[in-house]
Design a protein around this ligand. Structure first.
Ligand code: ZN
Length: 75
């Protein structure tokens, strides 16, 4: 598999995903993704995005200003 943008190599990696829902900022650490080792473009799979949606849904119920969640423990 090669990068859509630069045709560089895609390698497994992790990233930080942030989302803002109303006044709540949600930060999810250690999200598995594929990363281009040439341009740094990041791709998150559909399966992982579904889990992120679920984590965000849970996080918004906490009603905190900022929620920091570790993907590995929440997924
Ligand atoms: Zn690339």
């Amino acid at each position: 598999m090669s990068c859509f943008y630069c045709k560089g190599d895609i390698i497994p990696s992790t990233t930080v995903y942030t989302a803002q829902i109303g006044n709540t900022v949600i930060v999810i650490k250690n999200v598995p993704c594929e990363e281009c080792d040439q341009c740094g473009e990041i791709e998150i799979s559909h399966e992982v995005m579904l889990k992120i949606d679920h984590i965000i849904e849970l996080a918004t119920q906490l009603m905190q200003d900022v929620a920091v969640i570790d993907y590995q423990t929440a997924a």
